[in-house]
Design a protein around this ligand. Sequence first.
Ligand SMILES: C[S@@+](CC[C@H](N)C(=O)[O-])C[C@H]1O[C@@H](n2cnc3c(N)ncnc32)[C@H](O)[C@@H]1O
Length: 310
Amino acid sequence: MTVLIEHQPVMLEEALTGLALKPNGIYIDGTFGRGGHSCAILAKLQQGRLIAVDKDPAAISSGQKLMETDTRFSIQNGSFANLKTLVRQINCQGMVDGILLDLGVSSPQLDEAERGFSFKKDGPLDMRMDPTSGQSAAAWLAVADDQEIAGVLKEYGEERFAKRIARAIINARQEAPIDTTKRLAAIVAAANPKWEPGRDPATRSFQAIRIFINQELDDLQRCLDDVLEILAPGGRLVVISFHSLEDRIVKRFIREESRGDPYPPDLPIPYVQLHVRMKTIGKAIKSSKAEIEANPRARSAVLRIAEKLP
Ligand SMILES: C[S@@+](CC[C@H](N)C(=O)[O-])C[C@H]1O[C@@H](n2cnc3c(N)ncnc32)[C@H](O)[C@@H]1O
């Protein structure tokens, strides 16, 4: 089997353990990327099946090669926000033994200048995981008003200087369109009075615009809303987040489903009537020191696991 190492999978062993793989189970990898996790899952399956999804056509091309060599594997282009539809199409509602989400962007997306994700490389300011649909970052920055831009920078990038940067973007675009990554990075750097040590001043703004353009948090919430319909009893959900906002959404979802319906704490409600739907498995897991040294992308990763109750 080919393991495609263009992207070093983060917390691979922890994710496999979290999925509690059954050799003949049905699994979903909602973020195929370059198949690091998928290949490792397939290596542990016997007659099982793995269905993968990715928004990025480049990830799909890479997955199609794997599909040619392994009949247990299939891949579809699309968002994990629509997993429920995919699972209904293949008549597997309530039958999936595990879902893995390894959120965010892949190394090839960051490394290829023409994808427009990186402030370190000059390229067209695109940032779409699926470049065939939706609005590019350049198209959005050409029309958004300063309040909207500042709101995105503040909400998704926790950028202290969101308003200044938004104003600088509006001023700069009156001179010429902001259509390259280097130009946006330079505008942000010039408007950012306090650079954080060891961090490029454009880091927060690029992250915020990418999350907004790809509707990353909405997609995550939509996927979680459907998880219970997709998973089999005892099925596992494993999510690796790289951003505190993503992790907050996952943590809240698991906490609420593990607690059941909200009642005032002093009401004597029997446990069965609380409709507890999931069980939290262990605590949040962070990458080991050794992994972070070998793969700095793992630095901000947090892995959470939950299991659907019977
Ligand atoms: C961190 S990478 C996954 C890497 C993968 N686990 C591996 O080992 O190669 C994230 C991938 O998820 C994809 N992605 C992000 N959000 C998505 C969404 N809502 N639906 C489908 N794919 C998504 C990205 O295009 C990217 O390829």
